[in-house]
Design a protein around this ligand. Structure first.
Ligand code: SF4
Ligand code: FES
Length: 336
């Protein structure tokens, strides 16, 4: 085990751990944000730069600071390393700059985007973004590409994190899409149409940190914060069959994989990610298809938490009925 200090907190981690993973082992405010790193996808990370941190002492043997901010998702800890995340104004300034760059081309269409409420870029903009934009130029536009009945591609929203290409690479027999071109004309290739043609392609929706890949069977049906995510399972011959069913009353609006607090698909007891198949995700929207286990825990800071869904739905309705006359009474008193 080696020792690393992140924002004045001493953590002991195994050798070979990255700074980001070390911070995640501790949790809380120490953890830098991540848009492209995804621990369950080999090779991910190092693309978006939102996880930049300052290394103010390289190691016990060589305590000199690193000359530049480093990407914490691809930098391994050294014994005696001292890292600054939120305690460094330099890091916060750089992160604000990265968010500004990401938003140069990402459209501000949150009010009509299905990813709103669970978009990592929205959270990042809220926590680290500037209030105003300095950008005057037009944003990028692309020809529309239809990638089949299940997944909607909005290339304008893509931040080129490469996660979907790693899913296609690592979960399907042959990867047929990737990033074409470089710089501001870079785009995920049109061959993405072909990578949709496999049983696990729906997982690209779950790993996409923004609304570039969304579920066509759920599109425009509801804002996510009006739904109750429930743990559900079924006997599936293709995947683990363990999902989150997003419900209102008895109706299932969408199925996703179960995600952890970092927005990554949860792992099973053996440590393997619980990716789900397209049949579970797109074809099983009837409540009778599933054994509903109960409500999922949601971060209390998440907008999805606002409906207090841990109370049974009936009691929510009853509370609302009780609350209504009180509000009316207050209003009438104010009017008088
Ligand atoms: S479509 Fe989504 S997952 Fe794929 S590169 Fe773009 S932002 Fe990343
Ligand atoms: S999360 Fe580290 S560079 Fe994207």
């Amino acid at each position: 085990m080696i020792k690393v200090t992140i924002d004045d907190t001493l953590i002991e981690v195994p050798e070979g751990t990255t700074i980001l993973q070390a911070a995640r082992m501790h949790g809380g405010d120490l953890v830098p944000p991540a848009m492209c790193f995804y621990s369950k996808l080999k090779g991910s990370g190092g693309k978006c730069r939102v996880c930049l941190v300052k290394v103010s002492a390289g190691s016990e043997k060589d305590p000199r600071p690193m000359p530049k901010l480093v990407a914490s998702c691809v930098t391994q800890v050294m014994d005696g390393m001292v890292v600054q995340n939120l305690t460094s104004p330099e890091v916060l300034e750089a992160r604000r700059g990265v968010v500004e760059f990401l938003l140069l081309n990402h459209p501000l269409d949150c009010p009509i985007c299905d990813q709103a409420g669970e978009c990592h870029l929205q959270d990042l903009g809220f926590e680290h973004g500037a209030v105003k934009t300095r950008y005057m130029e037009g944003r990028r536009v692309f020809n529309k590409i239809d990638i089949g009945p299940f997944i909607q591609l909005h290339m304008t929203r893509c931040i080129l994190c490469y996660r979907c290409t790693y899913v296609a690479d690592q979960l399907s027999p042959g990867r047929v899409h990737g990033i074409l071109y470089r710089g501001d004309v870079a785009e995920i290739s049109t061959y993405i149409e072909n990578s949709i043609d496999n049983e696990f392609s729906g997982n690209m929706i779950d790993v996409c940190p923004v609304g570039a890949l969304t579920d066509k069977t759920f599109r425009f049906m509801s804002r996510v914060w009006f739904l109750k995510p429930m743990d559900a399972h079924r006997n599936c011959t293709k995947c683990c069959g363990k999902v989150a069913a997003w419900m209102h009353d008895d109706k299932i609006y969408r199925i996703t994989s179960r995600k952890d607090k970092y927005g990554e698909v949860e792992s099973n007891e053996e440590g393997n990610p619980n990716w789900i198949c397209n049949e579970c995700r797109f074809d099983k929207k009837d409540k009778n298809d599933w054994v509903i286990e109960g409500p999922r825990a949601i971060d209390r800071h998440s907008v999805i938490n606002q409906n207090h869904f841990e109370a049974p739905y009936e009691s929510l309705l009853n509370n609302r009925r009780l609350a209504e006359p009180k509000i009316l009474l207050q209003n009438s008193e104010e009017t008088n």
